[in-house]
Write a protein that binds this ligand. Sequence first.
Ligand SMILES: [Zn+2]
Length: 376
Amino acid sequence: MVQTDQIFTGGVFHHTLPDGRAGAEIVISPIEIVATTLDAEPRAFVLKLSHCQLELGGASGRMLFCRNEDRSLTIFSDQRGFSSALSDASFGVLDDKLRELFGTQRRQKTRGRFLGLVSLVALAVVGVALYFGTLAAARLAVRALPISVDEKIGAMAAASMTAGGTLPDTHSATVLVRSLVSELRPHSAIPELDFRVEVIDDPQVNAFALPGGRLFVYTGLIRRAESAEQIAGVLAHEMAHATLRHGLQKVSQSLGIIAAVQLMIGDVGGLVAFGSQVAQESVLTSYSRSAETEADLEGARMLHAAGLDPLVMGEFFEILKHEHEQLPAVLAWISTHPQHEDRIAEIRKYRDSLPAVPYRRLELSLEEAKRELAEP
Ligand SMILES: [Zn+2]
């Protein structure tokens, strides 16, 4: 069997070379490896295969090093076929070592993959913990922030949301909802909050609160209500969202870690800018179920304190529940407030836990507001 020499590119380590190393062309023949340096004055280094001690390494982990016994000379290459050429040329003498090396490498790869997976999982766990940690921190930070942050966010959002126009101050519908807010305000958890209410000319049965207490009621809701007390129920619920600072909490959750960090380092300016945008979006989507329940119960507390029956809130859900079945698209307010049967039951339970008092009716005319809304 004639064995032809095989040529590879690689390099040499030897103390006589400049920098101790040089690129080389490597020829493997049946007895020896000859590495000829690639510089202007080529030099040949010879290593007997029988003296070759093999090691794997390099950045790729695939570089195969042949060293002599005193390690003064090393010839190396990571070219494909280098190891099998060594195996062939040594007539099997190097096979055990090669098998050992490449077996080791495979095991290390497997272990590396396993460790990689473990660290990925660990990273994910840390990430999730950090995320929920910062969410909790954001909730705490929201409580620590002055209410003026809510007001700033709300004012910025309001400016762009009422571009379509609101009913004039003199309109009976505006007068009515402002009177209702005045009835409720003294019983709010934050009476000094800048509760301002406007009526938006829109057929949707809808109402919302922006952070800081800016309230909006749609003409569709006023038209649909059967009593001024029912509108008071909706307003109490919305005012509760503002005093419970659900808007700011939602903003900080939507912006996630960025907002949490900003809140923690006290960079409120950035949060206000982002927040007004998120606040606009968040009035179009629902709060969490627990936030809605909180707002229901706080609203019920306010109504009770104002001498109004908390069940008016439930009455409105009943009306809308019926309509909701027929006109789901129109009833934005109720559709973002799901599980109304559960909520009515919760409000009823809460009312029953309160000391029984005679509730009053408001001397405010819903009819006049409706009449003016009907005018062309
Ligand atoms: Zn709500």
